[in-house]
Structure formats: C-alpha cells, structure tokens
Design a protein. Structure first.
Length: 110
C-alpha cells in the first residue's frame, strides 16, 4: 500500500514542489501546484477515513481508468470530466499513480 508520505516525498523529489495546507478546517488537506503559474496538479485529503488523491487526466483516459480500477473514481470536489480521485489506502499500483501524477503535472503546466 502506498502511503501519503511516499506520495509527498515523490512529488518533492521529482517536481520540487512541497505540499501547501490552505484550509484550517481540513488541516490534512494539501495541494500541489506549479510554482510559476500556481495551477494545481494534485491534491491529497482525508474523506470518510480514506486518503483521496486527485489528479487531472484527459477525459477519454478518465473513463478508461474508472472502468478498469475500482480505486479510481470521479474526482471528489473537482471537475469530474477532467479530474479523478485515486483512493490511496486501497491496494493501488504505485507505478500507475506516479504516471498519473506526471500526466497531471504536464496537463496543468500551461
């Protein structure tokens, strides 16, 4: 199982981005954004005792992901056409997760 700390460490190492904790009412919620544009490329949060991690993908790929993996669902509190939630505390594929982070980073870079 991939842990929250692993995801944060991966993003720091590969993208040079630290988590930002923006809301006092949900202090465990962290966003990750591009330093130059401030656009978000990921968000991690606790929802109903589960760790949710939102990433952006192409809409056609979103459908494929949701139909293939039971731990990928339409994004919680985000545009459901372009964003997906990965339920981290399930038995997820770490390589897939890291690929999704990379895609989200690239899609939100402009």
């Amino acid at each position: 199982m991939v842990k929250r700390e692993e995801i944060i460490k991966h993003i720091k190492e590969y993208y040079g981005v630290s988590p930002e904790y923006l809301w006092s009412d949900t202090p465990e919620t962290a966003v990750f954004r591009h330093e130059n544009t401030h656009k978000w490329f990921a968000i991690i949060m606790k929802v109903k005792d589960e760790e949710y991690f939102n990433v952006k993908t192409e809409p056609s790929y979103s459908d494929l992901l949701r139909n293939t993996y039971d731990y990928i669902i339409p994004a919680y509190h985000m545009n459901k056409e372009h964003w997906n939630t990965v339920i981290v505390n399930r038995n997820i594929d770490k390589n897939l997760l890291y690929d999704l982070i990379e895609q989200s980073y690239k899609l939100t870079k402009k």
